[in-house]
Design a protein around this ligand. Structure first.
Ligand code: ATP
Length: 229
């Protein structure tokens, strides 16, 4: 569960990125976080992953209280989260399978667990036949599928995606969003930051709209039709 209570974030240079944001995301939800450039979307994701800390307010993520989390606990918080970026961020010199194996080794999984899980997640994202390819040998959509598989491989409670379709054409974007929907249906909470109105409106999901550091609407579907967002 993710809970923000009246969270404010002022960066060191004085920019007030969040001016009092309260939001609760229950386990198993699918949420789009939308809003114009500079409205504070990435700041919310960075607060959730522990990359930045809030200036005021309270923040809880998957049982961790981020207001007084010890730096040694941050890696454990991160294991409860799978993060996906616009630019995929795969290791180019490693094959698809090695990219996944690597993140399971880091958390001390056994070779047997790794084989089983890697094979399962690659099948889930539809790339079981491409495990021995290098990322550069794959299309953009396929690379993002690998990034999703990597985010899932350690079985996180929540997937957090920052503009996951920003580098993809509309058809590929739709496929990636449908894959995230499928992952959500299998039980993982999904939080997606996106600019893409049409895409959001194709899904009937909760949409949290943020503008100028404040939530301006929060509800099921349709809310993103507001032209000012
Ligand atoms: N590290 C930082 N130091 C200072 N200001 C920052 C920093 N990161 C973000 N900001 C500022 O905080 C505000 C919110 O930025 P944020 O990246 O959260 O917006 P966003 O909604 O994710 O934008 P985009 O859609 O363009 O990615 C902006 O005014 C931005 O310039």
């Amino acid at each position: 569960m993710i809970r923000l209570i009246d969270v404010q974030k002022t960066y060191d240079n004085g920019t007030r990125a969040l001016k009092g944001v309260s939001m609760r995301i229950e386990d198993g939800e699918f949420v789009f976080l939308v809003g114009p450039s500079g409205s504070g979307k990435s700041t919310i994701l960075k607060l959730i992953t522990g990359e930045v800390s809030c200036t005021e307010g309270r923040l809880m993520v998957n049982g961790y209280n981020l207001n007084n989390i010890h730096v040694r606990q941050i890696p454990y918080l991160r294991r409860t989260l799978g993060v996906i970026f616009q630019d995929f961020r795969l290791i180019e010199k490693k094959t698809v399978e090695e990219n996944l194996t690597f993140v399971m080794r880091v958390v001390g999984a056994s070779p047997r667990e790794i084989r089983k899980r890697v094979s399962y997640v690659l099948q889930l994202v539809g790339l079981d036949h491409k495990g021995d390819r290098l990322p550069t040998e794959l299309s953009g959509g396929e690379q993002q599928r690998v990034a999703i598989a990597r985010a899932l491989v350690n079985n996180p409670q929540v997937i957090v995606a920052d503009e996951p379709t920003g580098n993809l054409d509309p058809q590929r974007s739709l496929e990636i969003m449908m894959l995230l929907e499928k992952i959500n249906e299998l039980g993982t909470t999904v939080l997606v930051v996106t600019h893409e109105k049409e895409l959001v409106n194709r899904f009937s999901k909760r949409v949290v709209a943020i503008e100028n550091g404040r939530i301006i609407s929060d509800g099921m579907g349709g809310y993103y039709n507001n032209e000012s967002v």
